[in-house]
Design a protein around this ligand. Structure first.
Ligand code: ANZ
Ligand code: ZN
Length: 859
């Protein structure tokens, strides 16, 4: 039998690792810790290739760090609450809990054959009361600390589903599932005060130097700090004023109107006596509420007839519109419009015939001519320049004019400079069953009162039905009826549950002490393990999950749960997995299993040989049918081959192409390693024997290459250049196989090189590495064997190329032994024909030698 059987071998080593407890993590203050975490999966049903890539990357880091002597924590769990479980309940009549737990069991079994070095004893599932009871307690602590509160806010309401929709679930103004036009409703909801940390979250981005720049930039933009001013425009004929937020107070002299949101209190007030306005507001309510919707919708307004006084220009007044592009949730819900310098205002002004007055001109242009042109334009000028037609601001730069305008507004008592953030408080209420119950009780006498801590957890009832639209918790005959914990009178439970981002905002801390029951975290354990040293996941979580977790950690610190602010010291975001796409003659999509390749490389339909059109490689998706099932791949090629292909194909941050040829190539390399160990090209001699002190030149070259590979792979793994690491290991494999067996000392040096190969490859292809290690006569387990140490001496080349200069100018180079003495270097340099030509018969005044780099001859 001379074929490698990955099936038996992989199962064998997984058993060995488990039985030896190789991946158990135990707090040990004497050792440096390293916490590796992949973003935990949602138990959707089956694992996909994206999971395989994510967990392979994390596992390489975990195994590498373990070998380097770190005490590694590498846990696993399930982000188990969420909407798909409820949809399954509605569509297939299966209980969300049963659906979720079944999926977890299936996916856990699918992950096992990958050979991940996970401490499975720490597994958590967020849908279990043992987990979510702690977040109910956290929420109560947040309420006490003023970090959670209830307020009315505008939401997207689906009138058919009877629930709030996230902005992402509103498509063209309609509910994503019901297709019903979404209504804007004011609803009382729970919020977490993430805005309290806006500045801190922004400032600390600078400290996240092991995060991708693009993620840091996305968070910066999401937090969206703007410096500007609040300005109060007195309302004509009334005692009150209209307060606007602006980032361009320098353009106040170009203001031609004010506009308020359809949800602004002034709009509601006026609509009470103006039917047409009420109609217009209702129309705005039917529009999507996301910023993208608002950005793309046609600008529309309604002239309320009210006017405001200009803060700087006596007797000037401006009309007040209700406009569909003004958001109630930003600034003050009101703006002043300066059409010449803002495109939305320009579009609006041209539509409603409002004045366009240019008040900023670019430096170096004729201001009058520019202004005359710009006044007639339909394109706003948003660039830098100097203020014109602006009285006391004239001649100031934009920045200076902003400051001067703010100072004057303050003097007049009409406003002040402010910092405004785009970041909104996080609304966490969901009208859903499959989530963590919010531990609050509504009492008609006492108001909203917290569930007493000794009554936690508030458990989800199991006996719910999904036959009616809306929230099953609300329909449940008994669950919500409780007595008020304060006055004892009949009261009602909160029937909303938390947004599922709540659970994922602290799971990484729970992994530090997943079994503690009385508290969420054992303080010593979180102090030891946190922060996560290396987090690995998809860039799609760049803002929500990663920002919520940063906030949550701060909030938990404020409530005394832990002592740090930043949960993830290092972040790596991997690329997606793509695959060719195929279309049948009738144009329909086909899957990779529906096609076959003919001897001359044509792609045809497997069933009948019909021609197939091969399309470009795209992200694997069910709709394009270009999905490859990881379980089938693990069965046909084994875990090592799948891992190796994932790692070798391209840098891990890039999208990769899955291909049969790629995984077959990986399998061939693994089989080759096995053959090298079972049928070595030379007699390898005994395990553990030291290399002879002096080696023949060819053997010495291989020894040096092995040391260089150790250094190179180590650096590559540190820097997430896994594809380079694989390439180096393959090169060393080629070199050891190519060594002439007749070379003196070939046996011991080939053994040394092959042992180096498997030790360096072990984090990536752990099963075959263990197997070869054993075949080579070792009885230790590589998973717990220290990382190989190279010697600096071996990295240095014997011969080195040294630059030769004459009077500082490069004239050529010479190959010299490393650390060659000065007279040898000098003689070699002076013998160069190019040097002879330069020096001629001039006397050499001096030779400056920078050892191993430069020889400079001064004449
Ligand atoms: C007058 C002005 C003149 C403005 C000009 C811009 C250019 P960022 O940078 O995102 O903070 N704005 C203020 N509140 C708004 C709201 N609730 N809905 C829609 N737009 C609003 O943008 C700030 C600018 O967006 C503000 O500055 C305001 O328009 C507008 F030449 O004020 B500006
Ligand atoms: Zn009460």
């Amino acid at each position: 039998e001379d074929r490698y059987s990955f099936r038996e071998t992989e199962a064998h080593w997984q058993r060995v690792w488990t039985e030896a407890g190789c991946f158990k993590a135990v707090v040990d203050p004497a050792r440096p810790k390293y916490y590796v975490l992949e973003m935990f999966p949602y138990p959707s049903g089956r694992i996909h290739m994206g999971h395989v890539r994510n967990y392979t990357l994390g596992d390489v880091v975990a195994r590498f760090k373990r070998a380097q002597g770190f005490n590694v924590l590498h846990p696993m769990g399930w982000d188990a609450f969420g909407l798909p479980a409820e949809n399954a309940a509605i569509q297939r009549g299966v209980h969300p809990g049963e659906w979720t737990r079944r999926n977890i069991a299936v996916m856990r079994d699918q992950f096992r054959p990958m050979g991940l070095s996970i401490d499975w004893d720490r597994e958590v599932s967020t849908c279990e009361p043992a987990y979510y009871k702690h977040e109910q307690k956290m929420f109560l602590d947040f309420v006490k600390a003023g970090l959670a509160y209830r307020k009315e806010s505008w939401v997207n309401w689906d009138p058919v589903e009877h629930t709030v929709l996230a902005n992402e679930q509103v498509i063209d103004g309609k509910g994503w599932r019901s297709g019903a036009p979404v209504e804007r409703r004011k609803l009382s909801q729970w919020f977490l005060r993430i805005t309290a940390y806006a500045q801190d979250l922004l400032d600390s981005i600078a400290t996240l130097d092991r995060w991708p720049d693009k993620v840091r930039l996305m968070q910066t933009n999401w937090i969206g700090r703007s410096e500007g001013a609040r300005v109060r425009f007195p309302l004509v004929g009334r005692d009150d004023s209209l307060e606007v937020f602006t980032t361009r107070p320098d353009t106040l002299f170009g203001a031609s109107f004010c506009a308020i949101s359809a949800n602004h209190p002034l709009a509601s007030e006026l609509a009470a006596t103006d039917g047409a306005l009420a109609e217009f507001i209702a129309e705005c309510g039917r529009m999507g509420t996301s910023e993208a919707d608002i950005e793309t919708a046609e600008k529309k307004g309604y002239d309320t007839g009210l006017r405001v006084r200009h803060p700087f220009v006596a007797d000037a007044t401006l009309p007040v519109y209700v406009a569909n592009f003004v958001l109630m949730e930003y600034g003050t819900g009101a703006i002043f419009g300066c059409p010449a310098h803002d495109q939305r205002d320009m579009d609006f002004a041209r539509k409603y015939g409002l004045a366009v007055t240019t008040v900023v001109a670019p430096v170096g242009e004729d201001a009058e001519a520019f202004a005359a042109r710009q006044d007639q334009s339909t394109e706003a000028f948003t660039g830098d320049g100097v203020a014109i037609r602006s009285e006391f601001l004239n001649g100031l730069s934009v920045a200076e004019a902003k400051a001067a305008a703010i100072a004057r507004i303050a003097e007049l008592g009409l406003g002040e400079g402010v910092v405004q953030f785009r970041l909104r408080d996080w609304g966490v209420s969901r009208q859903r069953y499959w989530g963590c119950p919010i531990p609050m009780i509504h009492c008609d006498h006492c108001g909203i009162v917290p569930v007493p801590e000794d009554q936690l957890p508030v458990q989800l009832p199991d006996d719910v039905t999904f036959d009616k639209p809306g929230n099953p918790l609300d329909h449940h005959p008994t669950w919500k009826h409780v007595n008020c914990p304060v006055c004892g009178r009949p009261a009602r439970r909160e029937t909303d549950t938390f947004d599922t981002f709540f659970e994922s905002s602290w799971y990484f801390a729970r992994f530090c002490s997943p079994q503690t029951d009385d508290v969420a975290f054992d303080r010593a354990a979180v102090d030891y393990w946190l922060p996560v040293d290396q987090y690995v996941g998809g860039v799609e979580h760049a803002v929500l999950h990663l920002l919520y977790s940063r906030f949550f950690t701060r909030a938990l610190r404020e409530c005394g749960y832990l002592g740090l602010a930043e949960p993830f010291a290092g972040l790596f975001t991997q690329g997606m997995i793509c695959h060719e796409t195929y279309r049948a003659p009738d144009g329909g999509w086909m899957g990779p299993d529906d096609i076959t390749r003919t001897a001359d490389g044509l792609v045809v339909r497997a069933r009948d040989g019909a021609p197939v059109t091969v399309g470009r490689s795209e992200k694997m998706s069910k709709s394009k049918m270009n999905v490859v099932d990881p379980t089938a791949t693990l069965e046909s090629h084994g875990a090592d081959a799948a891992r190796l292909f994932m790692l070798s194909d391209c840098p891990p941050e890039r999208d990769m192409d899955w291909s049969d040829a790629g995984i077959d190539g990986a399998s061939r390399y693994i089989a080759r390693l096995w053959r090298l160990a079972t049928q070595p090209p030379v007699d390898l001699g005994p395990a553990g024997a030291p290399l002879p002190d002096t080696l023949s030149p060819a053997a010495e070259a291989l020894r040096r290459q092995a040391h260089k590979t150790m250094a190179g792979v180590t650096e590559d793994l540190e820097k997430f250049r896994f594809n380079n690491a694989v390439a180096r290991v393959r090169e060393l494999t080629n070199a050891l196989a190519a060594l002439d067996p007749a070379t003196p000392d070939a046996g011991p040096v080939v053994r040394f090189a092959l042992e180096t190969v498997v030790r360096l490859a072990a984090p990536m292809i752990p099963h075959i590495a263990e197997e070869v290690w054993r075949l080579l006569g070792h009885d230790t387990v590589l998973a717990t064997t220290p990382w190989p140490q190279w010697s600096e001496e071996a990295l240095r080349d014997d011969v080195i190329t040294v630059v030769v200069q004459v009077c500082g100018k490069r004239r050529g180079s010479v190959d010299l032994p490393v650390d060659a003495p000065e007279d040898q270097a000098r003689a070699a340099a002076l013998a160069l024909p190019t040097v002879i030509a330069q020096v001629g018969d001039k006397p050499v005044r001096k030779v400056i030698l920078v050892p191993n780099r430069i020889i400079n001859i001064i004449v």
